[in-house]
Design a protein around this ligand. Structure first.
Ligand code: NDP
Ligand code: 2IT
Length: 460
């Protein structure tokens, strides 16, 4: 993380428009100390400078002020009983940020770092990401400051049940549909779904990322990581290139990282490094992903265990060092602000041509600036990692139909959605005289649909 660097980047006078500058200052005053939320909001407001010149109606109708203020933020106590009989108390959250184009939709994160700033930055990003998918999904996010590491299966189950006991009052298949994120996978989704069903006596598609036996969609597990690679293929194809024959570094070794690495390998790349919060592994011959899945998904162990099976690999403590490994393509898939300016400079120096954010906001503003100044193709998370929520949207459709589509059909739809996101972000960038700037393009394309829906529905 680079908190100092991030703080410097947040100088509000960066914004040229007095209106947006005042709005950003007010946002900082009204949400003190919420650095991640400030960072996410500033990036979008920067992209909207050109939009408000062409669309004064958005200013007159207070659309942007409404957009940065969550419709609702729910904060609640989550008591749970450990195996030794002691009661622990965590804090749970759900931010229902914007419901202009559909029911609130977004994941739940269980990690000790979760706080209001984290759920608000994630919920804010989700508004634009969900809009970009072309599906009728509003933006939301939630989670708890619970640390699943080292907890028994029974403790995880009791925590999920307690969390859902409160959350269940606020969600529903037409209101707000959570899913997974860091620390929440199919196991946790299953326990939460079971508790919701028990409390409401209704079998509905209230949460996505479910197991395949009880309403989950094929491809949802793989969707975020696969989607990132489908997006990267689009970016590279525009310059006549592809993933085939490239060297790729992927950070993280969770759901997004594993399936981004898998698809990159399938498309002919060599993935040489992965990490977890303890450190990173380097395997010049290419990472054995079946082994990684066994270690991280089945055993829930540390990535350093890889060395017990692959003596040719190396392990280095401190995950941030992963960006010193030479790579054509970097795909950060762990967490926010994991790739800073120093790492970006190193990647550029080593010849990196493309960076795609699998995680939400993994690159600091200074890192992004370095990529842009050096002509590195850059895909922001709200575009590149939208395949996960898009496939959640497809899971909702299947649940409503009480039907399941075959793997190829869902995968085909995912691919088309990722191509469409690339096209609409590229087209918006071009329309606003910033060809190739996918940050600006994704922010504007995502914003326009939500802003027009808000205008049409009046000041609500
Ligand atoms: P997982 O919990 O499956 O995996 C997270 C991975 O990131 C783990 O390897 C974890 O290491 C590492 N990590 C987490 N926190 C930190 C940290 N503070 N420092 C270093 N490493 C860390 O989560 P996901 O793969 O689902 O999510 C990863 C990212 O992708 C997040 O930013 C999430 O918001 C985003 N995302 C997820 C989607 C999804 O469908 N799941 C969709 C779109 C975006 P360790 O095992 O040591 O904790
Ligand atoms: O950040 C994200 O888009 C997710 N964690 C997935 C959300 C979802 O509803 O599938």
């Amino acid at each position: 993380m680079a908190p100092q660097e991030t703080q410097q980047d947040l100088t509000p006078k960066k914004l040229q428009s007095t209106y947006l500058n005042n709005l950003m200052n007010r946002l900082i005053t009204r949400n003190p100390g919420e650095e991640e939320f400030h960072q996410a909001a500033l990036e979008v407001l920067e992209s909207l400078e050109a939009v408000i010149d062409r669309h004064p109606e958005f200013v007159n109708m207070g659309i942007i002020e409404s957009l940065v203020e969550p419709e609702r933020l729910i904060k609640f106590r989550v008591p749970w009983i450990s195996d030794c009989g002691r009661v622990f108390v965590n804090r749970g959250y759900r931010v229902q940020f914007n419901g202009a184009i559909g029911p609130y939709k977004g994941g739940l994160r269980f990690h000790p770092s979760v706080n209001e700033s984290i759920v608000k930055f994630l919920g804010f990003e989700q508004i634009f990401k969900n809009s970009l998918t072309g599906l009728p999904l509003g933006g939301g996010k939630g989670g708890a400051d619970f640390d699943p590491k080292g907890k028994s299966e029974a403790e995880i189950m009791r925590f999920c049940q307690s969390f859902m006991t409160e959350l269940s009052r606020h969600i529903g298949e037409d209101t707000d549909i959570p899913a997974g994120d860091i620390g929440v996978g199919v196991r946790e989704v299953g326990y939460m779904f079971g508790q919701y069903k028990r409390l409401n006596n209704r079998f509905t598609g209230v949460i996505t990322g479910k197991g395949l036996d009880y309403g989950g969609s094929l491809v949802r597990t793989q969707a975020t990581g696969y989607g990132v690679c489908y997006f990267v293929e689009q970016m590279l194809a525009a310059g006549g290139r592809s993933l085939a024959g490239t060297t790729v570094v992927v950070s993280g070794s969770g759901n997004v990282a594993i399936y981004a690495a898998k698809k990159a390998q399938e498309l002919g790349a060599t993935v040489v490094a992965l990490s977890d919060s303890g450190g990173y592994i380097y395997d010049k011959d290419g990472i054995d992903l079946d082994l990684i899945r066994q270690i991280k998904e089945v055993q829930r162990a540390r990535i350093s265990d890889y060395l017990n099976h692959r003596s040719s690999a190396t392990y280095t403590e401190n995950p941030h060092g992963i960006w010193t490994i030479p790579a054509d393509i970097a795909i950060p898939c762990a967490t926010q602000n994991e790739l800073d300016a120093v790492a970006a400079a190193e990647l550029v120096q080593n010849g990196c041509i493309c960076v795609a954010e699998g995680a939400n906001m993994p690159c600091t503003p200074s890192a992004i600036k370095i990529f842009q100044e050096n002509g590195v193709l850059f895909a922001p998370g709200k575009a590149a990692n939208a395949g996960g929520v898009a496939t959640s949207g497809l899971e909702m459709s299947q649940n409503s139909l009480r039907y399941s589509w075959e793997y190829e059909k869902v995968d085909r739809k995912l691919k088309v959605i990722m191509q469409d996101i690339y096209q609409s972000a590229s087209a918006a960038a071009k329309e606003y005289d910033a060809e190739g700037d996918l940050i600006l393009g994704a922010n504007i394309a995502g914003f326009m649909k939500v802003a027009n829906a808000m205008l049409a529905q009046g000041a609500v």
